[in-house]
Design a protein around this ligand. Structure first.
Ligand code: AMP
Ligand code: ZN
Length: 112
Protein backbone atom coordinates (compact mmCIF):
# COMPACT_ATOMS: atom_id res chain seq x y z
CA UNK A 1 0.00 0.00 0.00
CA UNK A 2 1.33 3.39 -1.04
CA UNK A 3 1.26 5.32 2.24
CA UNK A 4 1.94 2.39 4.58
CA UNK A 5 5.15 2.88 6.54
CA UNK A 6 5.83 -0.87 6.79
CA UNK A 7 5.33 -1.35 3.04
CA UNK A 8 7.93 1.40 2.61
CA UNK A 9 10.34 -0.51 4.86
CA UNK A 10 9.78 -3.64 2.77
CA UNK A 11 10.53 -1.66 -0.40
CA UNK A 12 13.61 -0.07 1.25
CA UNK A 13 12.08 3.38 0.76
CA UNK A 14 12.68 4.19 4.43
CA UNK A 15 15.46 2.71 6.58
CA UNK A 16 15.01 0.04 9.23
CA UNK A 17 17.29 -2.32 11.11
CA UNK A 18 16.29 -5.53 9.37
CA UNK A 19 17.35 -8.59 11.36
CA UNK A 20 15.85 -11.46 9.37
CA UNK A 21 14.01 -11.91 6.11
CA UNK A 22 12.78 -14.46 3.60
CA UNK A 23 10.64 -14.29 0.46
CA UNK A 24 7.37 -13.57 2.26
CA UNK A 25 8.26 -12.03 5.63
CA UNK A 26 10.59 -9.53 7.23
CA UNK A 27 11.69 -8.84 10.82
CA UNK A 28 13.12 -5.49 11.93
CA UNK A 29 13.77 -3.55 15.11
CA UNK A 30 10.94 -1.43 16.52
CA UNK A 31 11.97 2.22 16.36
CA UNK A 32 10.69 2.80 19.93
CA UNK A 33 11.66 -0.45 21.62
CA UNK A 34 10.12 -1.09 25.04
CA UNK A 35 12.69 -3.73 26.06
CA UNK A 36 16.31 -4.62 25.19
CA UNK A 37 14.98 -6.65 22.24
CA UNK A 38 11.86 -5.46 20.43
CA UNK A 39 11.30 -6.74 16.90
CA UNK A 40 8.39 -6.54 14.51
CA UNK A 41 7.64 -9.54 12.27
CA UNK A 42 5.48 -8.71 9.27
CA UNK A 43 4.26 -10.32 6.06
CA UNK A 44 5.47 -8.60 2.90
CA UNK A 45 1.89 -8.63 1.67
CA UNK A 46 -0.10 -5.66 3.01
CA UNK A 47 -2.82 -6.90 5.39
CA UNK A 48 -4.40 -4.54 7.95
CA UNK A 49 -4.48 -6.83 10.94
CA UNK A 50 -4.70 -10.40 12.23
CA UNK A 51 -8.46 -10.62 11.60
CA UNK A 52 -7.92 -10.01 7.89
CA UNK A 53 -5.06 -12.50 7.58
CA UNK A 54 -5.91 -15.92 6.09
CA UNK A 55 -5.45 -18.61 8.71
CA UNK A 56 -3.69 -20.78 6.13
CA UNK A 57 -0.96 -18.10 5.86
CA UNK A 58 -0.46 -18.19 9.64
CA UNK A 59 1.45 -21.44 9.28
CA UNK A 60 4.25 -19.69 7.38
CA UNK A 61 4.00 -16.56 9.56
CA UNK A 62 4.31 -18.72 12.64
CA UNK A 63 7.35 -20.54 11.28
CA UNK A 64 8.97 -17.22 10.39
CA UNK A 65 8.39 -15.88 13.92
CA UNK A 66 9.97 -19.01 15.42
CA UNK A 67 12.96 -18.77 13.07
CA UNK A 68 13.41 -15.09 13.91
CA UNK A 69 13.27 -15.85 17.64
CA UNK A 70 15.93 -18.54 17.21
CA UNK A 71 18.08 -16.34 14.99
CA UNK A 72 18.11 -13.61 17.67
CA UNK A 73 18.41 -16.04 20.60
CA UNK A 74 15.02 -15.12 22.04
CA UNK A 75 14.11 -18.81 22.16
CA UNK A 76 16.51 -19.46 25.07
CA UNK A 77 14.93 -17.43 27.87
CA UNK A 78 11.66 -16.57 26.14
CA UNK A 79 9.86 -13.53 24.91
CA UNK A 80 6.41 -12.00 24.52
CA UNK A 81 4.54 -12.02 21.23
CA UNK A 82 1.81 -9.39 20.76
CA UNK A 83 -0.34 -8.28 17.86
CA UNK A 84 -2.52 -5.23 18.37
CA UNK A 85 -5.83 -5.33 16.51
CA UNK A 86 -7.89 -2.18 15.81
CA UNK A 87 -8.56 0.82 18.02
CA UNK A 88 -9.07 -0.61 21.53
CA UNK A 89 -5.68 -2.30 21.33
CA UNK A 90 -3.94 0.92 20.32
CA UNK A 91 -2.89 -0.41 16.92
CA UNK A 92 -1.06 2.47 15.26
CA UNK A 93 0.33 0.91 12.08
CA UNK A 94 -2.31 -0.83 9.99
CA UNK A 95 -0.07 -3.46 8.43
CA UNK A 96 -0.18 -6.77 10.32
CA UNK A 97 2.75 -7.11 12.70
CA UNK A 98 3.74 -9.30 15.60
CA UNK A 99 5.82 -7.64 18.30
CA UNK A 100 8.57 -9.92 19.69
CA UNK A 101 9.65 -8.44 23.00
CA UNK A 102 12.36 -9.82 25.25
CA UNK A 103 15.93 -9.66 26.41
CA UNK A 104 14.86 -9.04 30.03
CA UNK A 105 12.34 -10.24 32.62
CA UNK A 106 9.09 -8.62 31.45
CA UNK A 107 6.37 -7.17 33.65
CA UNK A 108 2.75 -8.23 33.24
CA UNK A 109 0.03 -6.19 34.90
CA UNK A 110 -3.51 -4.91 34.42
CA UNK A 111 -3.52 -2.81 31.28
CA UNK A 112 -6.58 -0.66 32.06
P1 AMP B 1 1.24 -0.99 17.02
O1 AMP B 1 1.03 0.12 17.99
O2 AMP B 1 0.98 -2.35 17.57
O3 AMP B 1 0.51 -0.73 15.72
O4 AMP B 1 2.80 -1.01 16.72
C1 AMP B 1 3.41 -0.22 15.76
C2 AMP B 1 4.85 -0.20 16.13
O5 AMP B 1 5.58 0.27 15.00
C3 AMP B 1 5.19 0.75 17.28
O6 AMP B 1 5.77 -0.01 18.35
C4 AMP B 1 6.19 1.73 16.67
O7 AMP B 1 7.23 2.08 17.54
C5 AMP B 1 6.68 0.97 15.46
N1 AMP B 1 7.15 1.80 14.36
C6 AMP B 1 6.51 2.85 13.80
N2 AMP B 1 7.23 3.35 12.78
C7 AMP B 1 8.35 2.59 12.70
C8 AMP B 1 9.49 2.60 11.85
N3 AMP B 1 9.66 3.51 10.88
N4 AMP B 1 10.45 1.67 12.06
C9 AMP B 1 10.32 0.76 13.04
N5 AMP B 1 9.27 0.69 13.86
C10 AMP B 1 8.30 1.60 13.71
ZN1 ZN C 1 1.68 -2.11 4.39
Amino acid sequence: MDNCIFCKIIKREIPAKIVYENGNFIAFEDIEGVAPIHLLCIPKKHIENFLEYPSSDMVDMSNFIKETAKEIGLDNKGFRMVSNIKEDSGQSVFHLHFHLIGGAKLKWDKLV
